[in-house]
Design a protein around this ligand. Sequence first.
Ligand SMILES: [Zn+2]
Length: 349
Amino acid sequence: MFQPPRCPHRDCSQHRRPEASFYQRHGRYRPKCRPWPVQRYRCKTCRRTFSRQTFRADYRDHRPDINQAFFLSLATGIGLRQTARNLGLSLSATQAKFKKMARHLRRLNLNLRGKLAPGAILQFDELETFESRRNTRPLSVPILIERETRYIVWAEAAPIRPRGKMTKARRRAIRQEEQRFGPRNDLSGRSVKRTLARGAELAGELPFVVFQSDEKSTYPKLAREAFGNSRLLHVKTNSKLARMSWNPLFPINHTEAMARDSMSRLRRESWLGSKKRRCLDLALNMWMAYRNLVRRRFNYDEESPAQMLGFTDRRLTPGEVLSWRQDWGRESVHPLSRSGVTIARRRAA
Ligand SMILES: [Zn+2]
């Protein structure tokens, strides 16, 4: 039986520190999108009402029935427009749903993480893609994973300056862009820092942090700053080494290949691409939630990466991933709870 964990109104005293029986039942309503009635409640302190649905991730959705298919479609390599066609949605509805869902999954992924156990090994690399125009607006995407479980700690996109082979036409295009927008910023250093900081959060108080990357000259300093010099073991591998399974960086290379396969916008030689960097970030959030929480590590495994690290009890289904709202941090309802137990309380038990 569901029990509201708090008053959902942020300015109410029962929001932060809810008392045991702060609410009373307040009838039911019949939503248009479901055959069964939904229980309503009234907060005894602020007298405002809410329902079980107020705590759900599909709160206020017009088409909650297609959310699972929507999530699986976008997290496994189908583009926004094809998803819209397949599910019979308009493009603007698809974009709105994509944004809402990706933000929810970002919070879920962050809320469910715990600390890494000793022996965990972090691997790091950057992949390159672009926003809107391939030859003038490149992006760098730093990705940090835990090697054994393939858990994706973090990934985000950052603008970088155009580089590589320059043709006459490309130089001209770059000049034109610079006249319109000014020189393109290089924010990849900032993104790498943020990504490594996510790793440092998970590494917590570990006595040693093993960190593997290629030999890019900026990494040693950034890694020392993130993890602390005294406990860092930085193992570098030449990026010219063939990318086979015996390559020490195979796990991160493999993860990048999977990213390009699962996010249509990263696929090479394709018509698809991200128009804006921020939308690529949203796609990355969706993919991370799928990869960490829903998918098996390898096809012969039963467990997901998050489960192997002890962050969840079992692999989550798409329905569970999209179940409860996650915008109250660890005080949000745990995706595996049916009665409304929060993540913090479930962890403490
Ligand atoms: Zn209240």
